[in-house]
Design a protein around this ligand. Structure first.
Ligand code: VG1
Ligand code: CO
Length: 544
């Protein structure tokens, strides 16, 4: 008999999940009972746990292995029937979503802080996904938060650590543990979605690609799929080995943190196609030779051309984007007669729409795109669909982007992040901004006149749930827009995100510098929110 310990704890007050699970400094997670309290709260709040199957895996960051051993022992002590865990403790976020669905699991626990840096001084995170494979809805994350503040103890099996280094079977007491190849099921799924033969022919013809896995979880997936199954030359995938500290980098696929890739793609002998993914493999960055593809534009291109991939050959049911994502995809939807939805930030809001069959594709400005094949954003999937589009259309990636702008117009887009600002200052800025909204319409800032201003509230069309205060959006008559919101994934101070965009219909003006086009919008945002005066910052921390 495996003995079960019941350990008494004093609850924590800071375990409210944010945009994507609970995310904190590693030092916070390493406090005694911290992981255990959060995991017990999850296990207490999900229904039907007894005898059920859970999927567990993470992005390989520092503390991944320790957390997984704790979760396995707690799952056993709480009556879980079976845990499917990735060998080495690795599973990308979309691979977890796929396994939950394919194996009809009750849910899954993903260990990741996604794009946040890792290592002993970095960040760690835990997120829970439900039976459809998507992130837990707010009703569940709020219930978990309430539980973390009230529980008095947790249950854990007294058992040795389980060897997870290679696929196989294990057990703790009556609970079966199935250690799976993290890549196999995912790679198999991709073969059913995109045209592998067409992409194989592309590579066989000398097409050159660079994929930066950023020393995070996507490395093994990209090597298996791009190099082994699709025949891309060895070395196509760089930084392919997952490291606990991501080699000291932020595994955040944007032009700032993927600067080497951008430089190579702008160089004299640039490959034909460049891509990168984030810590847990759910985001993607697309770079054409000499042309960075804004994630919002990538979503629009996918919406327009996904039917070139076998899984979408019959067309799309509809599309969705998060509030701060540019309106480029809306223009495609309008042209094709597709329903288009605008949701709050974070994938949990897309899951209901996907489940109800209202949309096929969705995405976010932060380089997350996905479809109804899982209930998470999926970095490598987006890269493969782009390759499929290139292979089937016979066009270069930069030509595809430019032709898209000619057809639909271009939404110049940029995001300005002000990181680690004082929380009280950030809250004050947002509160005053909200209070000022009523007086903004009709006022002019530089050459821009406010058309409308509101605080985005979302009513889920499927279950009727309401999510308020999801971001301040200001629309200008000149077809420009600013969105302000505070990040829900940061771990120190507050991060103010300012999303800026301006539409340009004329093809003769599609080759301009983004910063120049957006300068008046930046000035209007500053005049409206007084960011400099309030935060003391003269410039954003990160511009993407
Ligand atoms: C950020 C992004 C958001 C994304 C979220 C989780 O959230 O802006 O679009 O869904 O990260 O992505 P926030 O609240 O910091 O703006 V991931 O790849 O970190 O799981
Ligand atoms: Co991520």
């Amino acid at each position: 008999m495996t003995e079960i310990d019941t350990v008494s704890v004093t609850p924590f007050s800071d375990q409210r999940p944010g945009t994507s699970g609970l995310r904190k400094k590693v030092a916070v997670f390493r406090q005694p009972h911290y992981v255990e309290t959060f995991v017990q709260a999850i296990l207490d709040c999900v229904e039907g746990l007894a005898g059920a199957t859970l999927v567990v895996g993470g992005d390989g960051r520092f503390f991944n292995s320790e957390a997984i051993q704790t979760i396995l022992k707690m799952a056993a002590a709480n009556g879980v029937g079976r845990v499917i865990v990735g060998a080495g403790g690795l599973l990308s976020t979309p691979a977890v979503s796929n396994l939950i669905r394919r194996r009809k699991a009750l849910g899954g626990i993903i260990l990741s802080a996604s794009h946040n840096p890792g290592g002993p001084d970095g960040d760690f995170g835990i997120k829970y996904n439900v039976s459809h494979g998507g992130p837990a809805p707010e009703s569940l994350t709020e219930a978990v938060f309430a539980r973390t503040r009230s529980l008095s103890g947790y249950r854990i099996a007294r058992a040795p650590d389980v060897a997870l280094d290679k696929p196989g079977q294990a057990a703790i007491g009556a609970m079966a543990i199935e250690i799976v190849d993290p890549v196999a099921d995912y790679a198999q799924m991709m073969e059913t979605i995109v045209d592998f033969d067409a992409i194989r022919a592309l590579f066989a013809g000398g097409f050159r690609m660079r994929f930066d896995a950023m020393s995070a979880v996507t490395g093994p997936y990209a090597v298996e799929i791009l190099e082994r199954r699709l025949g891309a030359p060895a070395g196509t995938v760089i930084n392919a080995v997952p490291l606990p500290d991501f080699g000291g980098h932020h595994p955040d696929p944007n032009p700032v943190h993927a600067a080497d890739l951008i430089a190579e793609m702008n160089g004299p002998d640039a490959p034909d196609f460049g891509a990168a993914s984030d810590g847990d493999g759910d985001r993607n960055l697309i770079v054409a030779p000499g042309l960075f593809v804004a994630p919002s534009d990538s979503l629009a291109v996918l919406a327009a051309l996904a039917p070139l991939a076998p899984a979408y050959a019959d067309g799309l049911a509809g599309v969705a984007r998060s509030l701060p994502t540019s309106r480029a995809v809306d223009r495609v939807a309008a042209a094709l007669g597709l329903p288009a939805y605008e949701t709050p930030t974070g994938w949990k809001f897309f899951a209901n729409l996907l489940d109800a069959g209202r949309i096929t594709l969705c995405g976010e400005e932060s380089a997350g795109t996905g479809s109804n094949h899982v209930r998470e954003k999926d970095g490598l999937w987006a890269v493969l669909v782009w390759l499929n589009i290139i292979a089937r259309s016979g066009k270069r990636a930069d030509a595809i982007m430019r032709e898209h702008w000619s057809t639909y117009g271009r939404d110049y887009y940029s995001r300005h992040d002000y990181e680690e600002i004082d929380t009280a200052v950030a809250d004050g800025l947002m509160a005053d901004l909200r209070a000022s909204l009523g007086g903004l319409p009709g006022r002019s800032f530089g050459g821009l006149t406010v058309e409308s201003a509101d605080d985005f509230s979302y009513t889920d069309p499927v279950d009727g749930s309401v999510s308020q205060r999801q971001g301040v959006r200001i629309l200008f008559r000149e077809d420009a827009r600013v969105v302000f919101r505070l990040s829900g994934t940061g771990t120190s101070g507050a991060t103010l995100r300012v999303y800026l965009e301006r539409f340009e219909p004329h093809p003769g003006r599609h080759g301009l510098d983004t910063a120049t086009v957006l300068a008046p919008v930046v000035a209007a945002a500053e005049a409206i929110a007084q960011i400099g005066g309030r935060t003391g910052r003269t410039a954003p921390t990160v511009v993407t």
